[in-house]
Design a protein around this ligand. Structure first.
Ligand code: ATP
Ligand code: MG
Length: 329
């Protein structure tokens, strides 16, 4: 059922609570699809980066080959935040008068730990991957960080567009304002004192243009990501969970959040289900699982569900992953 879904899509997101098996199930799905001959890129958006642990090797922010037809990469939010802030700082310095450089630095340092900064950086990277990798790969598999975080990320493209739109509008206002100042008796020094321009022949125009191009590129990228996420023919979100009370309730909630942001959940994967017939205690525990899963089936009756059994050993390394991938069918 999961593989059927994966065959039909070109972008899959795996989300869910911490430790439920997102990395394992997404990697197994990616591997199974690669074995069928599709070119697959597996991307970890989790700052904790446990893709490398699973494959027993270093995986960095650039795609590396993990198996035939399968590449993997780990997005690095820290590096992304630094690059992003350097870019903003550069633009601000060019715009502001030189004596305000200290203020720019202060603003940038405060922004580094601002809420949402890492999420925005990750979202920008996801947008980049979707834009660039779509040509080289048939399937992109995103292994995401635990659920609250993921839903916020997925809902972010709209916030990001609103943000870039706001910036663009502000730039346009500033441009009009500086044009008015420039025209006032042709006294350039007034506008330049505020916006940090010089007396050269309108260097402001080329700066303005650069910033506008940058903001427009970002807006287009987020717009494209929004379109890709909302395209149910192309993209699906898979929720991985354990058969326990809170994960079931959170799954119902996450499904609602994703639905509201226009992203379709294609499958529920109940991982680490206890095997049947293993003595009284485990049988009772399994019955308890059935009760929680009945709640799930009541709340989300139309969503296809697949249960994966708890296996005796942790899933580590390519061989173990191959064995695990065989249980996905
Ligand atoms: N069906 C299973 N049976 C036994 N162990 C499993 C199963 N699925 C996953 N595991 C093990 O559970 C642990 C957590 O799995 P995994 O890293 O895939 O979870 P995760 O949801 O990605 O966690 P995180 O939220 O920390 O990223 C790993 O040690 C993995 O090998
Ligand atoms: Mg993980």
């Amino acid at each position: 059922m999961l593989l059927e879904l994966a065959r039909a899509k070109s972008i899959l997101f795996f989300g869910g609570k911490g430790g439920v098996g997102k990395t394992t199930v997404s990697a197994a799905t990616a591997l199974a699809m690669a074995k069928e001959g599709r070119r697959v890129l597996l991307v970890s958006t989790d700052p904790a980066h446990n893709l490398g642990h699973l494959f027993n090797r270093e995986i960095g922010p650039k795609p590396v080959k993990l198996a035939t037809n399968l590449d993997g990469m780990e997005l690095d939010p820290e590096q992304t935040v630094n690059e992003h802030l350097a870019e903003v700082s550069d633009s601000l310095r060019k715009l502001m008068a030189p004596q305000l450089a200290g203020e720019v630095d202060k603003h940038i340092e405060l922004s580094r730990d601002a809420p949402g900064m890492q999420e925005a950086a990750i979202m920008e990277r996801i947008a980049e991957v979707v834009e660039q990798a779509a040509k080289e790969y048939d399937l992109l598999v995103f292994d995401t960080a635990p659920s609250g975080h993921t839903a916020r990320l997925i809902a972010l493209p709209e916030m990001m567009s609103a943000w870039t739109d706001g910036l663009i509008q502000r730039r346009e206002k500033a441009e009009r304002f500086s044009a008015v100042l420039r025209n006032l008796g042709n006294d350039k020094s007034v506008g330049n004192a505020i916006f940090g321009g010089s007396d050269d022949d309108n260097p402001m125009d080329s700066r303005e243009n650069k910033i506008r191009i940058l903001l427009n590129r970002r807006r287009r990228r987020f717009g494209d990501l929004r379109t890709a996420l909302g395209d149910a023919g192309r993209t699906s979100f898979v929720i991985v969970l354990a058969a326990e009370r809170l994960p079931v309730l959170e799954t119902i909630q996450l499904n609602g959040q994703l639905q509201r942001s226009g992203v379709k959940v294609g499958a529920l994967i109940v991982n680490k289900r206890l095997p049947d017939g293993l003595g009284e205690f485990l049988t009772e525990r399994r019955t308890q699982e059935e009760i929680h899963l009945a709640t799930l089936a009541d709340a989300l009756p139309h969503l296809p569900r697949k249960d994966l059994t708890l296996v005796a050993h942790d899933v580590v390394g390519l061989e173990a992953l191959e064995r695990f991938a065989k249980t996905l069918v």
